[in-house]
Ligand binder design. Structure first.
Ligand code: TTP
Ligand code: MG
Ligand code: MG
Length: 385
């Protein structure tokens, strides 16, 4: 049995990162499929190749989800009303979306990415950031890795992807869009600021059509315009986006590529409307939490050895009690029994609680915790771009 009391909660520690990482200098590739849904339809129905295709519903209230590059020549775009798209391009051929097929391609491209780095952060079905700073296969340059990935996507899916290679996420994403379709664009650290200066801010990730309008009202149309504004003025006008934009205008982005981490625990917690100190009420609440959490455990098909009860007092200090078995917790009754035993050890409470949680951890089959990028791993091992 293990026991621990703590004031406050454990947080994921920031990944150790080299000096280059601290400066935001890494080797990042952003890969994005070309006209994704429409290209899949053209692949699977050869008659559609070379023709203007839209994926979506053609009806009155239909919207274009994806447009082939042939359709784009007429001005047809994603998110456009289908009726407008047909006015622009009367020859436009509509196909209904087939999400199962798109999801399958998405799985294929993710498997390819993972052959080159474990640091893969998908942004949507058709795109992801990859951190290839460590060059785990010794390929020698980030550009070469991007080319290999594009070639494999073409060979294994029959579809084309574009890639941006740069020293941070912000610029890599802009770069992948630069030479679409079937293009590659490399922006080196010395070129980042000038590249950003020349682009319209509406292309910046996170600046939606509304954001672009707001910036335009301030006279900000390009990265260069954005750079003339100091942080205080951006904070006054752009709220939570200000710091990001301020750095972006200078070609700086400190965000790390965040890979999906394997699940470490399954749990749940409940915050009370009123602080509670009554034992019977807490036991009742614990039963409710057990029901919810055990449902999640079954859904995740998780098996774990450790049960942890957490109580947060009205002054926000947190207390946890854990108990570990030599084997997996067998069923809901055992899970509930362990939870109640832990609660029993804490009653009567010295002060009321505002939150209670119960978690199953030491999951069987999970890898030990490992930071995404270890401090020992030299950042900037690739000298070539
Ligand atoms: P995107 O990568 O934004 O666009 P795309 O792949 O069609 O074209 P591009 O070559 O410019 O990358 O989106 C990927 C897919 O997501 C797209 O094929 C369809 C879907 N999508 C929508 O359903 N609605 C939308 O508004 C957008 C932008 C995309
Ligand atoms: Mg795309
Ligand atoms: Mg995309």
């Amino acid at each position: 049995m293990s026991r621990r009391d703590e004031a406050g909660e454990a947080h994921d520690s920031e990944d150790g990162d080299g000096e280059a990482g601290a400066l935001g200098l890494r080797k990042i590739i952003h890969v994005d499929m070309d006209a994704f849904f429409a290209s899949v339809e053209q692949r699977d129905e050869p008659d559609l190749r070379g023709r203007p295709v839209a994926v979506g519903f053609a009806g009155e209230r239909g919207v274009v989800a994806a447009a082939s590059y042939e359709a784009r020549a007429f001005g047809v775009r994603s998110a456009m009303a289908s009726a407008k798209a047909l006015r622009l391009c009367p020859e436009l051929i509509f196909r209904k979306p087939r999400f199962d097929v798109y999801r399958e391609v998405s799985r294929q491209i993710r498997a390819i990415f993972l052959d080159y780095t474990p640091h893969v952060e998908p942004l949507s079905l058709d795109e992801a950031y990859l951190d290839v700073t460590a060059d785990m296969r010794g390929i020698g340059s980030a550009t070469r890795i991007a080319e290999l990935i594009r070639a494999r996507i073409r060979a294994e899916t029959g579809l084309t992807a574009s890639a941006g290679v740069s020293y941070n996420k912000f610029i890599a994403k802009l770069a992948s869009d630069q030479n679409k379709p079937d293009g590659l664009c490399v922006i080196r650290p010395s070129e980042g600021a000038a590249f950003v200066a020349g682009l319209p801010v509406k292309r910046f990730h996170g600046v939606g059509p509304k954001g672009a309008e707001k910036l335009a009202a301030l006279g900000i149309h390009t990265g260069a315009d954005l750079r003339t504004h100091d942080l205080a003025s951006l904070r006054a006008h752009c709220g939570s986006l200000a710091d990001y934009l301020y750095r972006a205008a200078r070609g700086i982005d400190l965000r790390q590529v965040r890979a999906d981490r394997p699940r470490k625990s399954v749990g749940g917690e409940r915050t009370f409307h009123h602080d509670i100190s009554s034992g019977p009420t807490l036991r009742e609440t614990l039963d409710t939490i057990v029901e919810i959490v055990w449902g999640r455990i079954e859904q995740a098909r998780a098996q774990g050895r450790t049960v942890t009860l957490k109580l947060r007092h009205s002054d926000f200090t947190t207390l946890t009690r854990a108990r570990s078995l030599p084997r997996a917790v067998a069923d809901k009754a055992e899970f509930a029994g362990l939870g109640h035993a832990l609660l029993g050890e804490l009653l009567p409470l010295p002060q009321p609680v505002r939150l209670m949680g119960l978690t199953l951890s030491s999951l069987i089959g999970e890898e030990p915790d490992k930071p995404e990028i270890s401090a020992a791993e030299p950042a900037g091992q690739l000298s070539l771009w």
